[in-house]
Design a protein around this ligand. Sequence first.
Ligand code: ADP
Length: 461
Amino acid sequence: MLKRLSQWLLLSRRGRIAQFAVPLSLVAGLTVLLIVSLGRLADIQQDMRSNEHGNMVWVVSQAQTTVVGLVAAIYKYHAQEGDAQEVEMAYTLFASRVDLMLDGPQARLLQTLDASGQLLGKLAQLNESEPLLQSLLAGSQNAREQLLADLERANKLLGRTANNAMVTQWEDLGARLDRYRANVLVVILLLLGIFLCSMLISTSLFLALRRARETEWVRRQAIRLQGELEAERRVSQLHKHFSETVSHQFQTPLAIIDSSVQRLGRGYQGSQKGFVDQHTNKIRRATLRLSRLVERTLMAEYYAQSQDVTIEPCAIERLIKEIAHQERDIHPHRKIVIETPATAIPAVLADAVLLDHVLGNLVSNALKYSPDDSPVNIELQFIAADNCVVCTIKDAGEGLTEQEQVQVFDRYYRTPSAASVQGTGLGLFVVQKLVQLMGGKVWVTSVPGVGSKFSVSLPVA
Ligand code: ADP
């Protein structure tokens, strides 16, 4: 699965775009999630710090205490248990508290708690009661009663406002807890998102590392293969050069033998003319065979590896007859039968030299791997449906098992029973390569103990 994914990323255009787009979007997503979670955490922290209504409860109850203190001081003064200074001090304390409440953020908050404005009005009024206090201290009964009534009213209003502040504080706390819970939930979800993004980024990093390693591996393989290819080319060139040289060394004396025998035959006009002609022809055919053998053995593998083929119409029927003729010369006691249909076999598209090598090899194998007294049958068929010609070489030899039928085309493969027969295991490997090079097919069917059939099919010219 990972392998297929990394191949897709490496090879397809979309995959290559995804290689960059996915990690970048993940990093962008991670950044957004981090920013949002920091914002939420800051909200929570801010929420936890603000407690303005709690402060207000404290301020109002402090003001109430000073009111109670002032009322107590007035009563003490009236009962002549306290002096005027004590009353003035209590009033100053009360006034400073009132100032605190009528000023800045406290006043704004107080306005929301004291919607009717009664408390604020009363406090403002009491704040201006210095003359009333002086009259009280001077012994005015009216001033005392009015101030005490105002203070009692203020005390009640302060009590009510403290209650309001308390209730508001509780509501505020409830709302804050709700917000806090919602924010914590969102932060948990964001953390999960961050975790997921991190996992995906790690996976894409892992894949990128893997891809980098694969690319490096492919690069090294390419360098190695390039080196091997170069070496192979050099060896192939050397092989070709060697084969050409050795082939030439053989061909030159063979050509001399051939032309000398030809001249001898033509020059001799004696009574034994028939006998001489028969034998000079035999020598010439044998020379030709030897020349082909050299060509096949030395050049075959080179041809199999090169792409150097000349595909042209080839008269396969004539070619197979020539091959049979040559083989009969080498094995005069062997029976080689060619079976052709009544209608002429069309020419095939092939390289004449390579096709000669292919068919020659199969016929010589059929003779080599079958008893001396058994026939070798060569059948030519035109398959109109596939527009091809199939040449089948059939022997009555030991045959091949199913496993051997698969392996016979492998390089250097020889069946165990072939150990006593001379060979290299290269013939069929080269045959297969050459047939493929010419765009044809070669296959074998065999029954152990009955015999084998090797077939070659080539397109009609
Ligand atoms: P070689 O004949 O030099 O060993 P080939 O590549 O031509 O090499 O053949 C490979 C092997 O296939 C042979 O060694 C033999 O075991 C088997 N083989 C080839 N042709 C036949 C055949 N007609 N009948 C049975 N076995 C065969």
